[in-house]
Each structure stands twice: as structure tokens, then as C-alpha cells.
Write a protein that binds this ligand. Structure first.
Ligand code: MV4
Length: 447
């Protein structure tokens, strides 16, 4: 096992990784930017290095500085958390060249799933359901039109290098297709340096369900059931839960099995997430795979009892998975609310500033993953998430009641947060009855 790990991230996920390491007897080296100097979680690491100024591109994204900190800090492995360098195959490859274990998939597997078209082609090859669309990349307008006529409008143009909703464009009609293609290609080229696109039928009003997977370096792969992340706004998830409400047992089993098959076919190792959309008829389709630990991983931890960060570290150290698929049960129901420093009444505008007062909820089944405290100043330089409130109860109804109780205890003064919005969402009959789709927040007057 590793003696010392560098945590190449900040905020709540850096703290989450430091906590797991402490329990495993592993020393930690933290890195921070000028904007994060003095943050309390840094004291929990054994050592901390400043690696640059506030801008992420001058600190957390600078591969040479992160590697220098790892060398000086004398670590054997790097945990990237999520965001920043977590899904950068070049960084994973540099770690390997420097003989530092990257706690995540190999750069080859990461490159494969990072190419959304290649991942989709692999899924089709092995019989994982995908949305009807082009057979690979779309090369020209004639081909796009022929595919669109076959599958019918509306169609969705996706960038091969996109993902997470970036670089997508809907074309509602044949007339709109040509300019949508031009725009999609220009945007993808500018944003990702890769203008490759492919076409899918646009599935309207879907639910968003993803399967958590773990795979070791000995050929063993398992799933940890699914998470429903339908409650989101402009591709920013707000509430995640497990199990997915309103998913029948056979679809659930088929989706989880498909996720494991895909992971094996991609020779993917470590933790990952396979994303699906579910249409109104309950059909599911693979859309993409994420090669990282995700923000919402705690809901899967609570229903399965498996510490995903410890599992990631053990897999990277070459240990075999200590459980088989049949050992992984989904018990009860877990819900997570992302607490963001945003003013939901002003178009979710970020609200950095000083937290004057903080009261954290507790009690049976309540977990609060956060690096903030009274007196902490939320920086404008990074994303606005300041914590995650997660609950676990025997049933979904009890989890909703528990979350409402915990939200009512949670007091954050000095900045606007998403707490009032969460209270509204959790109390809404549409959420209780699982009658929401990915457009719910935009469609209703809430938020
Ligand atoms: C789709 C889709 C509908 N049809 N693909 C969004 C994020 C990225 N992982 C892929 N996503 C989607 N792909 C087809 N063919 C719907 C989504 C989607 C979504 C779209 C618009 C607004 C919110 C959304 C939330 C989740 C998924």
C-alpha cells in the first residue's frame, strides 16, 4: 500500500480524500493556490504546498507544478479528485512517466471513454443500447441529412470531444440542420480543438440515470447500482439519489449489467460512471462514460456501504476487489443536495463572500461533506459548490423527510445558497412522485 499520496484538488473533495487516507494510515500532501491559502482542511494534510496563483490555469491545472509538488513531497501516488486534471489523459501519462501512480484509469482507457464517439461505437459493438443515430462520426452535410431523415427529427448534434452537455446542439427541422451543424463544428473546434461530431435522435424529457462501477487491475469489475441525477439545471446537477425512483427491476438489472460489460470491453480500471438517459417509456440508452470519481459518489457509498475513495486507492495500489457482485447490496434510499453559493432568485448567479455563521445538521442518517466553516470566505475563482448534504434512510419517503429536516437545521449566513431552493424542490409533489425530467427546473417557476 502507498505510504504517501498527493491530493491534486481543493475544497470538499480534497478533504474527502484526506479523510480516507487518514483512516488507511496513508500520509497526505495537499496543494493549494493563493486563493486557498489558510483553508482549514489544509491543516489535516501532513504537508501542503502552494503551487500558484488563484486562477486554476496557473495552479491546479499546471501539470509541471503538480508533479513538482509530488516529487518534493515524496509521494507514491496522486489522487486527482474531480474536475481540474482528473480526466486529462496526458496528466495520467505524465504521472506514469514519473513513476507516480495515478489513482484512476490508465491514460489509454481514459482516452477511449473521453472520445464520446469511440465510447458509443464500443457500446454498440457489444450490444449496449445507444440512442439511434449516425454510425460513427458525421463527415458532411449530405450524410447528416440522410441520417436525420432515417431517425427523424429532432436530432442532437454532439461533439466527440464534448461531454457533460458541452458541445451539444439540437436541430428541430431539416431547415435548421445545416446551420446547427456549422455551429456545432465551429464550437467544438474552438472549445476542444477537435471539430468531430456525431448525430443522435434527440430524446425529449429524459431522466438521467448513471451506474457507478469499480474495476480492479486483475480483470474484475462490479457495479454499485445506479444514481438518478435528473434534478439539474443547465447541466449542473442539484439533487442526486439512489436507487433511481420509477425504474423497473428488469431495466435496472439490464442497465447495471450493460455498464459492467462496457467497463470490461474498454479494459477500464478504477472508479467510473456509465451514464444513461431513460425515455418516457422506460427505455434506456448509453450516452457517455465519466473516468473519475463524481461529486455525487456519496449516495452510492451510503446505499452500498462501500467507501469509494478507499476502493480507488486500493485498486491503484494493485489490490484485487475485496467483494463480488453478489456481495453488493443496495440498502435503503440516499439523497444528496448540492449546496452552492448561488442566488437562485438571480439566475443562479454565483455569490462568493464570507460565511458569517454556519450551523451544520446532524443526527441519524445525515452526512455533510464540506470544507467550509464560519469565517470561511468563498472564493470567486472556483465553482460555487460549498458542500453536499447527504441523507440515508430505509425508504425514499423517509429520506425526503430526513433531508427536509436536515435542510431546516442547516444555517448559512452571509452568502446566498441553494438551500431555500432545495427546500422547495424536496417538498414538491412532483419530486415525491418522481414525476420530473431534466427540464423540470427550467419549466417550473421554482428557482
Ligand atoms: C442526450 C439527451 C437527449 N437525447 N442525448 C446531457 C449531458 C450529456 N451527458 C448528454 N446529455 C444528454 N444527451 C440524446 N440523444 C439529453 C441529455 C441530457 C440533457 C439534455 C438537456 C438538458 C438537460 C439534460 C440533462 C441530462 C441529459
Amino acid at each position: 500500500m502507498f505510504k504517501r499520496i498527493l491530493v491534486a484538488n481543493r475544497g470538499e473533495i480534497a478533504l474527502r480524500v484526506i479523510r480516507a487516507c487518514r483512516e488507511m494510515g496513508i500520509e497526505t500532501v495537499a496543494i493549494f493556490s493563493e486563493a486557498d491559502r489558510g483553508a482549514a482542511y489544509l491543516d489535516l494534510a501532513d504537508e501542503a504546498f502552494c503551487i500558484g496563483s488563484a486562477r486554476a490555469s496557473d495552479s491546479y491545472l499546471k501539470i509541471d507544478r503538480v508533479i513538482s509538488a509530488a516529487e518534493v513531497g515524496n509521494v507514491q501516488a496522486i489522487h486527482p479528485g474531480y474536475g481540474f486534471l482528473a480526466e486529462n489523459p496526458h496528466f495520467a501519462d505524465v504521472c506514469r512517466s514519473c513513476r507516480i501512480e495515478f489513482i484512476g484509469p490508465t491514460h489509454e482507457a481514459m482516452s477511449l471513454v473521453g472520445d464520446k464517439n469511440a465510447a458509443r461505437s464500443l457500446a454498440r459493438q457489444i450490444g449496449v443500447p445507444t440512442v439511434p443515430g449516425s454510425d460513427g462520426l458525421v463527415e458532411d452535410k449530405r450524410q447528416a441529412l440522410s441520417v436525420a431523415r432515417q431517425i427523424g427529427f429532432p436530432v442532437l448534434i454532439k461533439a466527440a470531444a464534448g461531454g457533460g452537455g458541452r458541445g451539444m446542439r439540437v436541430a428541430l427541422t431539416e431547415k435548421a440542420l445545416e446551420s446547427a451543424l456549422d455551429q456545432a463544428q465551429a464550437e467544438a473546434g474552438a472549445a476542444f480543438g477537435n471539430a468531430d461530431i456525431y448525430l443522435e435522435k434527440y430524446v425529449e424529457h429524459p431522466r438521467h440515470v448513471e451506474v457507478q462501477v469499480l474495476a480492479d487491475t486483475h480483470g474484475s469489475a462490479v457495479h454499485l447500482w445506479e444514481r438518478d441525477c435528473t434534478m439539474q439545471r443547465r447541466h449542473q446537477k442539484l439533487i442526486e439519489e439512489s436507487p433511481a425512483p420509477d425504474l423497473d427491476d428488469s431495466a435496472r438489472a439490464a442497465m447495471c449489467a450493460a455498464a459492467v460489460n462496457l467497463v470490461k470491453a474498454a479494459e477500464y480500471t478504477n472508479a467510473g460512471t456509465v451514464e444513461f438517459i431513460v425515455d418516457r417509456q422506460g427505455n434506456f440508452y448509453f450516452i457517455e462514460m465519466n473516468a473519475r470519481i463524481q461529486v455525487e459518489h456519496p449516495v452510492s457509498e451510503l446505499v452500498t456501504g462501500i467507501d469509494l475513495i478507499k476502493a480507488q486507492i486500493r485498486i491503484a495500489a494493485g489490490e484485487p476487489l475485496p467483494f463480488a457482485q453478489e456481495d453488493i447490496c443496495c440498502r435503503g434510499a440516499a439523497i444528496e443536495c448540492r449546496i452552492n453559493a448561488e442566488d437562485t432568485t438571480r439566475n443562479f448567479q454565483p455569490c462568493p463572500g464570507r460565511i458569517e455563521k454556519l450551523i451544520v445538521p446532524g443526527g441519524f442518517g445525515v452526512r455533510f461533506d464540506s470544507h467550509v466553516y464560519a469565517g470561511y470566505t468563498v472564493s470567486p475563482h472556483y465553482d460555487s459548490m460549498i458542500g453536499k448534504l447527504i441523507v440515508h434512510q430505509p425508504t425514499r419517503d423517509e429520506a425526503i423527510a430526513c433531508m427536509l429536516r436536515a435542510l431546516s437545521e442547516l444555517r448559512i449566513e452571509g452568502i446566498h445558497t441553494t438551500v431555500p431552493l432545495h427546500k422547495q424542490l424536496l417538498a414538491h409533489s412532483a419530486f415525491a412522485e418522481a414525476r420530473v425530467d431534466t427540464t423540470f427546473i427550467e419549466r417550473t417557476s421554482i428557482g
